[in-house]
Ligand binder design. Structure first.
Ligand code: S3P
Length: 179
């Protein structure tokens, strides 16, 4: 029999360019929780950029670093996690996050994502001849796993500030305010 969930944290998952970092900062500030970006944590531990990890060690090594980091966070409290786009596309990571976090997936269409990320070049997976096709392909594969989140929020129809308010609303549903 599995024990009931202890939801002490919020984990934002979803594809690149869905606003996880911006929303995460807003939510953390509002709740006075610590904000942790998994990409930044991995880069600081590895002392190199994600692009360098992909190039020098390979994507599987990066995925292992993600899974290790998630496993280490299980005892933490009052944390808002913004996760790399591939982290929440792994069912084991979602199951691990669900042990302590409300898992919220931020969503956007491939075209919107492409509009948001096209000016940036730090993401190794989008260094492709046809990045939009790559976004479509990755999103199609990842969608069933992203949908294992507790909450799915579109970032197309509301501002990121409104998305943050929605996240807070869902969090207070499972963790009512004590005062
Ligand atoms: C990735 C997303 C990136 C980063 C890495 C791989 C992915 O994070 O973890 O480039 O597989 O979708 P963001 O979602 O923060 O861009």
């Amino acid at each position: 029999m599995s024990s009931p969930r202890q939801i002490n944290n919020i984990a934002l998952i979803g594809f690149m360019g869905t606003g996880k970092s911006t929303v995460g900062h807003l939510v953390a500030e509002h709740l006075n929780f610590e904000f942790l970006d998994t990409d930044e944590a991995i880069e600081s531990r590895a002392r190199k950029s994600i692009a360098a990890i992909f190039a020098e060690d390979g994507e599987p090594a990066f995925r292992r670093l993600e899974a290790e980091l998630i496993a280490e966070l299980s005892s933490r409290q009052r944390l808002v996690l913004s996760t790399g786009g591939g982290l929440g596309a792994n069912a084991d990571n979602i199951a691990s996050l669900k042990q302590h976090s409300l898992v919220v997936c931020l969503w956007a269409s491939p075209d919107t994502i492409w509009e948001r990320v096209r000016g940036q070049n730090h993401r190794p997976l989008l260094r492709e001849a046809d990045p939009l096709a790559k976004i479509r392909q990755l999103l199609a594969v990842r969608e069933p796993v992203y949908k294992q989140a507790d909450v799915l929020l579109s970032t197309e129809v509301r501002s990121l500030k409104e998305v943050a308010q929605q996240v807070l609303h869902h969090y207070h549903d499972v963790r009512p305010r004590t005062r």
